[in-house]
Design a protein around this ligand. Sequence first.
Ligand code: CMP
Length: 138
Amino acid sequence: MERTLSIIKPDGVRKNVIGEVIKRFEGAGIHIVAMKMLKLSKEDAKRFYAVHKDRPFYDSLTDFMSSGPIVVMVLEGNDVIKKNRELMGATNYKEAAAGTIRRDFATDIEQNVVHGSDGPDTAVVEIAFFFNQLEIYS
Ligand code: CMP
């Protein structure tokens, strides 16, 4: 059994697709074991995306990620990191496969609706950024 962090980004909340994204997770047999809506400050967003601090899009990305509420979830299931990434599709929605969340709802390489951890080590760090153990209901 594996866990991963999923974020419905500010554009996903604004586009009113929270339920649609959750439906796709549950339809794939993934369990949501923690969830909350919150708004990141610019500083929070910079800490969360610190790995990208030298990338040209860092300032814009962290402005965007602090521009409105997000929904953060811990997903649990067998092979859930890979499954979630398959459901999301490629970072650039133009390259995402048909039927993926980003292909269906993203409008921009930055405003790409969802974030998902890219591996087991990242998942542990990203889950701990948003949730403590008492908030996760396995
Ligand atoms: P995410 O999977 O959350 O990881 C980093 C984010 O940076 C990515 O989704 C996009 O929102 C954003 N991003 C990645 N590449 C670019 C890019 N070339 N230009 C702008 N934003 C990007």
